[in-house]
Design a protein around this ligand. Structure first.
Ligand code: DQQ
Length: 504
């Protein structure tokens, strides 16, 4: 049955070929990201039995270059009767004086508690700690909405840990703990508490009832001498929905986080969720997020797979005090066959062809006058029946320092069951109105980067000829300074291996 799952998954035309996917079955959050003696390790929430969120294992893959991966044996399997009997939920990898160690959430009877596992030197085999769970209840006296997911680091000779949580009726939170040995933990307190009542649940900035997958780090500056700030990433949810990933800039000091600004991490809404980041051996902060499916569950089940990861994103702090995100430079190593578009002053309504493909990387720079609107269409059929449109609309007067980035999926697919919500958000522009746009199209996965802001989404065109990439000025004046499209290579060099092999 499992081999069949891989076969079905690999033959699905919607399956991304240069975004990370599980060999078959279900994938959600990236976990345990790190670089260990040169090798990149990626673990992920994984159900090898079916393309649904079930008894979650930890899948594992390794890479030398962050973009091409090898499937490794499953790292964590739910135990027969332990605290992770019903699933090994999200967590992190840390180096405990040379011993690779996972801190994750054991799921049992609908509750999650922190657990630990130690690994062999090659990180291929893992043993769960007999003392699990290492924290056996959420803080007494605190009515929590949840207690799971971990961010663990060394500080002043101790371990520190954040556990994602929320205070019922108050807001999401991150609980701060302290330890000498990763096994005995002392509660320090709440790092900070959000306000669930401050905004409407439909608001793009709503911080939720519960913070999942909290991630605290200090990003490098985009430019030498740029501002410094700590960043707390959180994935806001309630008991019905996974909403979106947000981040706070501010200062972590004295057991608290003093926030300065709250920002959206990705303008694609719930598509980019549960991100995790790590510092690689070169000092870069690299982030992966889960790209959720946006087609009906029955379609994923039939296809034998669900869930992809974003490309690895390098995150830095810009001079505007916000996170700047860009695909790591290694993504460009997958490029082949460039198509260079004609540049110059754009005529309104004249379409410029920028190549074609189901897996392409489009990079362009366009200068928009105030009021100008430029559209880039991808996965476009020759007759326009299917097309996904990325729109850049520069404001006028007081708003001229911003461009509205919109993703219009109203004609992305002829399949009426697929989500077609519009996505949008603001992107900063300089005085010359220039936008550096990068569009990564990979079958059903789509990631857009515009002046450091990111927007991830999913599109499921049905027609084989939904391949076109085009640019058009629909309003005002603009100049196209450069435009190149590359076809992208597949990141898998051999057949996928489904671990573990299970019958039935
Ligand atoms: N996914 C995991 C949880 C986490 C959630 C379960 C976020 O640990 O809170 O698969 O997507």
């Amino acid at each position: 049955m499992n081999e069949d799952l891989v076969e079905r998954a690999e033959s699905d035309p919607q399956r991304p070929r240069y975004h990370f996917t599980a060999p078959g079955g279900w994938l959600n959050d990236p976990n345990g990201l790190g670089q260990w003696q040169g090798t990149y390790h990626l673990f992920y929430q994984y159900n090898p039995h079916a393309a649904v969120h079930g008894r979650i294992h930890w899948g594992h893959a390794t890479s030398q270059d962050l973009v091409t991966w090898n499937d490794e044996p499953v790292a964590l399997v739910p135990s027969d009767d332990g605290p992770d009997r019903d699933g090994c939920w999200s967590g992190v990898l840390v180096d405990d004086q040379g011993t690779p160690t996972l801190v994750y959430s054991g799921n049992r009877d609908g509750r999650q508690l922190p657990c630990v596992a130690t690994g062999s030197a090659d990180l291929r085999t893992w043993v769960t700690d007999p003392g699990n769970p290492v924290i056996d209840h959420p803080p007494p006296g605190l009515d929590v909405t949840g207690f799971r997911d971990h961010c663990v680091w060394r500080e002043s000779g101790h371990w520190r840990q954040l556990v994602g949580s929320g205070v019922t009726g108050v807001g999401g939170t991150a609980l701060l703990y302290d330890s000498d040995d990763l096994r005995e933990w002392r509660l320090v307190g709440t790092l900070l508490v959000g306000d669930t009542n401050e905004r409407d649940r439909t608001d793009d900035y709503w911080t939720g009832d519960m913070w999942e997958c909290v991630d605290l780090f200090r990003p490098p500056s985009l430019e030498p001498g740029g501002p410094a700030s700590d960043v707390l990433v959180l994935s806001a949810c309630d008991d019905v929905s996974l909403h979106h990933a947000l981040y706070l800039t501010g200062t972590y000091a004295g057991d608290h986080f003093d926030p300065v600004a709250l920002e959206r991490l990705d303008l694609g809404g719930s598509c980019f969720y549960a991100p995790q980041s790590f510092t690689d051996e070169g000092g870069r902060r690299v982030m992966f997020g889960w790209l959720q499916e946006e087609r009906p569950e029955a379609s994923s089940v039939a296809a034998g797979w669900a869930g992809a990861l974003s490309v690895p994103r390098e995150v830095t702090l810009g001079v505007d005090g916000a996170l700047w995100q860009a695909p790591v430079r290694e993504v460009a190593s997958l490029r082949s066959e460039p198509v260079v578009g004609a540049v110059g002053v754009l005529d309104q309504g004249r379409r410029i062809a920028l190549g074609s493909g189901v897996a392409v990387d489009v990079e362009l720079v366009v200068r928009l006058e105030p009021g100008a609107v430029v559209e880039v269409a991808v996965r476009a059929t020759p007759d326009d029946e299917e097309r996904t449109v990325i729109r850049l609309a520069r404001g006028t007067a007081d708003d001229a320092g911003q461009v509205r980035l919109e993703l219009d999926r109203s004609r992305s697919t002829l399949d009426p069951a697929v989500e077609a919500l519009e996505r949008q958000g603001l992107v900063p522009v300089g005085l010359d109105g220039s936008v550096a746009l990068r569009v990564l199209v990979d079958h059903s996965a789509l990631e857009v980067f515009a002046n450091g802001r990111a927007l991830a989404s999913r599109t499921y065109p049905t027609r084989d000829d939904a391949l076109g990439v085009q640019l058009v000025l629909t309003s005002g004046s603009a100049v196209l300074d450069s435009a190149t499209t590359w076809v992208m290579r597949d990141i898998w060099s051999g057949p996928r291996t489904l671990w573990p092999s299970v019958d039935g």
